[in-house]
Design a protein around this ligand. Structure first.
Ligand code: AQP
Length: 338
């Protein structure tokens, strides 16, 4: 079997399951923009089929999908350079998702920690979709033969499962068809933590709004949330080593580093020795200066929902032009008559 070399192509997505958070921005969108501007082919999706693994109010889902698209564009994604679309407009995602649910093994899915976290004690009552979510995510990625997926740390296990599915499919059908995709988990804020609890990920669906910074928060709200963020009583250390065992301090320093495009070591060499009472206003000013222009642009774009819908429709046309032939070849490999 000759090895196929896949041209570099980036795919990633975010669920419109609520408002965007600073975690989504630093862990994903900011890096989506970086990859777009490196001249690689980039495809960024609003994964609405994933969002409905947990019940969504239809009006809120529509709003969140448009707002996510507005967030992508306001943060620097350009619909002329990247393909931007919502997943449900490209039926091939669901079809390949089914095929991959026949490739993935139960044992593989049983190991997924995100399902365990999200289902918690409620295992018997959550949707089947929440359980099989990673097979659809594998389809999202492999439908475009994507070679690289920028994600936050929490999605690493799902990208590893995607690699396992690609390898098993290639092995079972004796082809070299799907690429073995690389997760790209980079930067100083790959796992932004809750502002109320340094051991929990910042998340759109956390019941406490104070746990997160939303991309639509105004300056006063951002400053207030940072002022009230949980910390310890000690001064900041001068070196990264000194953040060990201080998850809340580490979180705020990593947010500062990521927002200012530098490293935690550089930040600490400037702020080491300061008390949180001095550092928090610095972080609030930085966060407001970086996030407010994005929030303003999102609000402006949301005034024109028809334009957003047109961008998504056009993006879906471009996505289908790549996805449909790959799905058709997959069916040929499987022996399906068409
Ligand atoms: N706290 C975070 N730090 C760094 N990256 C994060 N991401 C999410 N939260 C953080 C990254 O954002 C991308 C999209 O995630 P998603 O919305 O599809 O799903 P999620 O990871 O489950 O995000 P949430 O906010 O926690 O959503 P809900 O509450 O609906 O489950 C991914 O690349 C993710 O790594």
């Amino acid at each position: 079997m000759t090895e196929v070399v896949h041209t570099p192509r980036v795919f990633s997505g975010i669920q419109p399951s609520g408002g965007l958070t600073l975690g989504n921005y630093l862990g994903a969108i900011k890096r989506f923009v970086g990859m777009q501007n490196q001249g690689i082919e980039t495809i960024y999706c609003m994964v609405d089929l994933h969002a409905i693994t947990v019940w969504q109010d239809p009006e809120k889902l529509r709003h969140a999908t448009r707002e996510l698209c507005a967030g992508y564009i306001a943060a620097g994604l350009d619909a002329e350079k990247s393909i931007l679309f919502n997943q449900s407009q490209v039926a091939a995602h669901a079809e390949l998702g089914w095929i991959f649910s026949c490739v993935a093994r139960m044992g593989w899915l049983n190991r997924m920690t995100q399902f365990k976290d999200k289902a918690g004690k409620n295992r018997e009552k959550v949707s089947v979709g929440l359980y099989s979510y990673p097979t659809l995510m594998a389809a999202d990625i492999l439908l475009y033969h994507a070679t690289h997926v920028p994600v936050g740390e929490d999605q690493k296990q799902h990208v590893e499962l995607t690699r396992d599915i690609a390898a098993k499919f290639n092995h079972d059908y004796k082809v070299d068809f799907f690429p073995i995709t690389e997760p790209v988990i980079e930067g100083e804020a790959t796992r932004v933590m809750s502002l109320r609890d340094g051991s929990k990920k910042m998340s759109k669906s956390d019941p406490s709004d104070k746990s997160r910074i939303n991309m639509t928060d105004d300056a006063d709200t951002i400053a207030g949330k940072i002022r009230k963020a949980k910390t310890d009583a000690d001064a900041l250390p001068s070196e990264v080593e000194g953040l060990k065992g201080r998850p809340e301090a580490k979180n705020l320093i990593s947010i500062y580093a990521s927002l200012s495009d530098t490293t935690m070591a550089n930040v600490l060499s400037d702020v080491g020795g300061k008390q949180f009472s001095e550092f928090k206003p610095m972080l609030a000013d930085l966060a407001v200066s970086k996030l407010s222009p994005i929030a303003d642009e999102m609000a402006r774009l949301m005034q024109e929902p028809d334009e957003i819908d047109a961008i998504l429709r056009k993006g879906a046309d471009k996505a289908r032009a790549i996805a449909d032939p790959i799905l058709a070849q997959t069916k040929d490999i499987l022996g399906m008559v068409r």
